[in-house]
Design a protein. Structure first.
Length: 370
């Protein structure tokens, strides 16, 4: 495998070429919070055939009569992270999606696609147990995700959507590269690693570029930006409650990457937040000293019912008990995954922080616990 690397603001570009043989993805403080999907500046890795167009930033014009990765006809897409699967569906490319992860559950139709990953973490583990197992894994223990290499070979993908930020949340693209090399499979790997809401929207554009779906991507992004603008207009001039986003409970992790921006756009003032950088462990006493008005509990990977259940276990913790309101949110759908539904998350947060100002498009995504 021959590799090169090109840096540009907000993106990391890796160029790799793999041979084709016939016949045949919790981070700790330095990576992010446990159970959080991949986050960092959006990047991509593409095969040598698109190098010139990639480095010039003009992927859409790569080859006349073909899509930007050099294939005529549909591109066989394999998504190795749930947010990428949601982007694929938003761009209307679901018929080209040949495989997904075991966690790709939205849209519901994605669950009928072939899953090529499995988790080594037991279902229903307590937050502290998840933290322990993840820490051991990152220290050199067993991997958190297993990639079904036989399934990848059988699916024959042209394009693999992956991530490089968080080894806990999805199979890292570096692991994918090694698997492809071992399989003798040539597929182009696009690594999506956003750190902000703008980066998330840029990821939609990047997928549109590499699949020849730029018109649809621009339309999707324009619609999402209009919705974000509508929320900001609705909460403008409202008092901004000091809001703490809690991404994990045992041990507690603050809100990182795009989460503080979500709170801010929803009309809150983020406290103890890590803008554009990974979530970090904090102490309950730090939360008490910060004295937030509102706590939004958004445990990564949890649905609303599980988040509400765990929220009841932390209500008496320092910093939580003194807040005037505690909300639990379906973080797995609307806060953790860096895809289009983060905009739903902003609308949900605004409806909680400023009741009556915003009508979310989705119902039942957030609940007041106290």
């Amino acid at each position: 495998m021959s590799c090169g690397e090109h840096e540009q603001p907000g993106f990391r570009v890796r160029v790799a070429q793999l041979s084709l043989l016939e016949g045949g993805g919790m981070a700790r403080e330095d990576l992010g919070s446990p159970w959080v999907p991949g986050r960092q500046p959006a990047g991509m890795g593409l095969g040598q055939g698109a190098v010139g167009q990639l480095l010039d930033g003009h992927l859409a014009d790569a080859t006349a009569g073909s899509n930007p990765i050099g294939h005529t006809g549909p591109v066989r897409i394999l998504s190795l992270l749930p947010s990428a699967t949601e982007i694929v569906y938003a761009l209307g490319l679901q018929d080209e999606l040949v495989g997904v992860t075991h966690e790709c559950d939205w849209p519901r139709e994605a669950m009928a696609k072939r899953a090529v990953t499995a988790s080594a973490l037991p279902a229903g583990a307590a937050p502290a147990e998840v933290d322990r197992m993840v820490s051991e894994s990152l220290a050199g223990g067993a991997p958190i995700y297993r990639l079904d290499e036989d399934a990848v070979r059988e699916l024959r993908p042209d394009l693999i959507l992956s991530q490089d930020l968080c080894a806990v949340c999805a199979v890292p693209s570096g692991h994918v590269d090694r698997a492809l090399d071992a399989l003798g499979c040539s597929a182009q790997v696009l690594s999506l690693d956003p750190a902000s809401l703008d980066d998330v929207l840029d990821c939609v554009v990047r997928v549109g570029e590499v699949t020849g779906s730029m018109d649809r991507a621009r339309s999707v992004v324009a619609s999402l930006r209009r919705r974000l603008g509508a929320v900001e207009d609705a909460v403008a001039g409202q008092p901004r409650p000091r809001t703490f986003a809690l991404e994990w409970s045992d041990p507690p992790f603050n809100g990182g990457h795009w989460v503080p921006e979500m709170v801010e756009r929803a009309g809150g003032e983020p406290v103890l937040a890590s803008y554009g950088t990974p979530s970090i462990r904090i102490q309950w006493e730090q939360i008490a000293v910060a004295a937030p008005d509102v706590v939004v509990f958004m445990p990564c990977g949890y649905d609303l019912a599980d988040a509400v259940r765990e929220a009841h276990n932390i209500m008496c913790r320092p910093g939580i008990a003194g807040a005037r309101a505690l909300f639990a949110v379906d973080a797995g759908s609307y806060c953790s995954r860096p895809g289009p539904r983060l905009v739903d998350g902003v609308e949900l947060l605004a409806s909680a922080l400023h009741p009556g100002t915003v009508s979310p498009r989705v119902a039942g995504g957030i609940r007041r616990v106290r």
